[in-house]
Write a protein that binds this ligand. Structure first.
Ligand code: GLU
Length: 440
């Protein structure tokens, strides 16, 4: 993982021993580069000097493990497992574990950085981390997935912990996987529900967590739409992704009166001008049928985000908002449910076209805010009702949104980033990790 040592551009990094994102082999550019580019714009607004910028961007710890997995057919596959703890300046590192074929050390590093800025922006006493395994979980049997999860957990046990690095679900993982993580750690001697958030409620998880990210995305979408355009019940919404974020975002947007006209998942995209009956679609998908074959909507060629709509919500993967999508988008607002969905070149086009982007750090922060409240409830050994947790998560999101709404939309991303980064710097100074006045 040498290329992930430092994501700072070479000419701006004070440490000549570091490798830099600009040196990534061709074809490997992606979220690492985009995050670095935006990070530098944000640090420029803060007036930070290059040595501090480098220190801020470097990860506290990057771990890579090999996971030999005995397959059901008797063969052996060796997977790589990553965990990057980017920052612990404001508290234990915090972030999800991703199981997806596209996982790389570079991607996990960039996502860990985004977690640091996100937790800081939300005012949570956490740092940032992310983990992952390059694997398509749908190609594994339940036993293989269970075994991989347990081996990943045991392999990472020396570096994770309830006061050190708290794990959670991300793309390709869910509450069931988190239950397995918890159990594997307990059997290996680390028996503490605070190690994992997003776990099943029966094991100390919360009833709100599974829906929290998506509900938060819809909440922020409503706040932003109302701020810019008017009542949310006039909004036609398109959602890319029908998993743990997109499904709940669509449902919540519809519950709040918006018309969800299009959704998409890995099987394809569908559109219905008069709105999609989401409970009916969920029943269709729950029956194991492909979303794209849903009979009461038309199929869409290309990106679902380009259908006629007012609010586009990419809630699938990073990088799905390409230059082409940005050009074709009819929406007047883009709300980032996924982490890093908008490519910088696409963002420039959206800016030219006057389409505001609510950045991931704000739009999808409901997930990690809910994770924080789960961790707090585990500390207290006092579960709150789902209503209390939902209200507190949305209140915290409102605080973040209200702050963002004080600046014009074209500054939203950099303002959110700079606020998060600024708080991490403040924490580093307060703890003496960097001395006040030094490197600034
Ligand atoms: N994976 C989610 C995110 O990217 C949630 C992380 C967490 O709850 O710790 O924000």
């Amino acid at each position: 993982m040498t290329e992930t040592t430092c994501g700072t551009e070479g000419e701006r990094c004070a440490n000549s021993l570091h490798r830099h994102s600009r040196e990534l082999p061709a074809g490997r550019e992606g979220l690492l580069e985009w995050e670095a580019e935006r990070f530098h714009l944000a640090t420029e607004t803060l007036g930070l000097d290059s040595a501090l910028v480098c220190a801020l961007h470097c990860a506290v710890r990057s771990v890579e493990i090999e996971i030999p997995l005995l397959r059901d057919d008797g063969s052996l596959t060796v997977f790589t497992g990553y965990r990057v703890q980017h920052s612990t300046a404001l508290g234990p590192a915090k972030g999800g574990i991703r199981f997806h074929p596209g996982v790389t050390g570079a991607e996990v590093t960039a996502l860990a950085r985004l977690m640091s800025w996100k937790t800081a922006l939300a005012g949570l006493p956490f740092g940032g981390a992310k983990g992952g395994v390059p694997v398509d979980p749908t190609t594994l049997s339940t036993r293989e997935l269970w075994d991989l999860t347990r081996r990943y957990t045991v392999g990472m046990l020396p570096v994770i912990g309830p006061e050190v690095d708290v794990v959670a679900p991300d793309l390709g993982t869910d509450a069931r996987v988190m239950g397995w993580v918890l159990r594997a750690a307990a059997e290996a001697g680390l028996d503490d529900p605070r190690l994992v958030t997003g776990k099943p409620p029966i094991l100390g998880g919360t009833a709100f967590r599974a829906s929290a990210t998506g509900v938060g995305v819809a909440h922020v979408a409503e706040r932003a739409f109302t701020h810019l355009e008017g009542p949310f019940d006039r909004a036609r919404v398109a959602v890319e992704g029908f998993g743990s974020v997109g499904r709940w975002a669509a449902r919540e947007a519809a519950d709040r009166g918006a018309k969800v006209v299009a959704v998409a998942d890995i099987t394809g995209a569908i559109y219905a001008e008069d709105g999609i009956d989401l409970p009916d679609l969920e029943a269709w998908v729950a029956g194991g049928r492909p979303l794209v074959e849903y009979p009461r909507a038309d199929t869409v060629d290309g990106s679902v985000l380009t259908v006629p709509c007012d609010v586009a919500i990419p809630a699938a993967m990073e990088g799905t908002v390409t230059v082409e999508v940005a050009r074709e988008l009819s929406a007047r607002l883009l709300v980032e449910g996924a982490n890093g969905p908008t490519r910088p070149e696409a963002e420039a086009i959206l800016a030219d076209r006057g389409v505001p982007v609510v950045p991931d750090l704000v739009a999808n922060a409901g997930g990690v805010i809910s994770s924080y409240f789960e961790w707090v409830q585990n500390h207290q050994r006092l579960p709150w009702s789902i209503e209390v947790e939902r209200r507190r998560v949305l209140e915290r999101l409102d605080e973040v949104w209200d702050q963002l709404a004080t600046v014009p939309p074209e500054k939203w991303r950099i303002h959110a980033l700079a606020t998060g980064i600024g708080r991490v710097v403040e924490g580093m100074v307060a703890s003496g990790e960097i001395l006040d006045g030094e490197g600034r």
